[in-house]
Design a protein around this ligand. Structure first.
Ligand SMILES: C[S@@+](CC[C@H](N)C(=O)[O-])C[C@H]1O[C@@H](n2cnc3c(N)ncnc32)[C@H](O)[C@@H]1O
Ligand code: SF4
Length: 289
């Protein structure tokens, strides 16, 4: 079987199990976040339309039924609307049954699109944008070179809500560093309570040796949070979220602790699992909650 030769990292949110992946861009138009390892070796650019079409033809030939699709790449929303519409036409041409087309996107991408452009994309079937929010603290966003402020993120997400475009918030456990997990969780919860994402997707910070933040740790300039603190950060976040019907997925890998469910309905089950993880792996945090 032929395989599409995609050279970047593929970041597919946990909530998008089973989504059909459409190669759309190589790399990320920002590519400066100090923690991110996905696209460091790549130059941002759209994958040629004929190659995207080749992948759609291949999938069609193998009998794929596409109910929902996701554009692959760091931030396909950085593409001009015309290119996004060309990709949209292709996907719907081969798979007329396709509903929503989702993608990763950044606050910076949103700031560069007008209401009119976002409405064109929404009406074409783009929705459920996964946005890299990472933290509700400006000091953290500055430190990791995220390229947006908390106020800018809030403005853009409220604009999406107004325009009827759903968004998910990507966050990172441990991003604020040692001793800052609880504060980060409280401030991030405040942000999420205002911006009301349809989903929250959180990964624990992982740092391969080639990323800038890893080097900061080596130089003693950043001290990462340990497992205890990340569990406490998650507990604090859940304690402070006041959202109805938001899908939540939080993953810590080492050891694996994954909580997922719908807020607030599934909170009791999630608290139980988190409590067991704290009991099993937590040291000093047992007394703190
Ligand atoms: C590949 S990015 C795409 C999102 C979009 N480019 C943005 O940042 O606004 C998807 C998410 O992966 C997560 N991520 C990236 N690097 C990570 C790391 N080293 N550890 C944990 N999560 C990470 C971040 O939450 C990020 O928003
Ligand atoms: S987190 Fe997103 S914006 Fe930052 S470098 Fe990675 S892909 Fe680009």
């Amino acid at each position: 079987m032929e395989i599409f030769d995609y050279e970047g990292g593929i970041c597919k949110p946990a909530q998008e199990l089973g989504v059909f992946l459409v190669p759309a861009v190589n790399g990320c138009s920002h590519n400066k976040c100090t923690f991110c390892c996905f696209y460091k070796h790549q130059t941002f650019g759209m994958i040629p339309l004929n190659e995207i079409e080749g992948e759609l033809i291949r999938a069609k030939k193998h009998g794929a039924a596409v109910k929902r699709a996701m554009l692959v790449g760091g931030d396909p929303l950085a593409l001009p609307v015309k290119d996004l519409m060309d990709i949209n036409d292709l996907v719907r041409g081969y798979f007329p049954e396709c509903g929503t087309i989702t993608m990763e996107a950044s606050v910076q991408n949103l700031r560069r699109k007008t209401d009119e452009e976002l409405i064109i994309l929404r009406d074409a079937g783009y929705n459920d944008l996964y946005i890299g929010i990472e933290s509700g603290m400006d000091s953290v966003l500055r430190h990791v070179k995220k390229g947006h402020t908390v106020a800018q993120a809030e403005e853009q997400l409220l604009r999406l809500n107004r325009l009827g475009i759903r968004h998910a918030a990507n966050l990172i456990f441990g991003i604020a560093g040692k001793g800052m997990g609880v504060e980060n969780a409280k401030r991030t919860a405040e942000f999420l309570n205002k911006t009301k994402p349809f989903a929250i997707t959180i990964m624990a910070l992982f740092l391969p040796s080639f990323v800038e933040m890893y080097q900061e740790i080596q130089r003693g300039e950043f001290v990462p949070a340990d497992l205890d603190e990340m569990l406490l950060e998650e507990r604090t976040l859940l304690d402070n979220l006041k959202l109805e019907g938001t899908r939540y997925d939080g993953s810590i890998y080492e050891p694996p602790v994954r909580l997922s469910g719908v807020l607030p309905k599934d909170l009791p089950r999630m608290y139980k699992k988190l409590g067991m993880a704290m009991e099993k792996y937590g040291g000093e945090i047992r007394d703190a909650v």
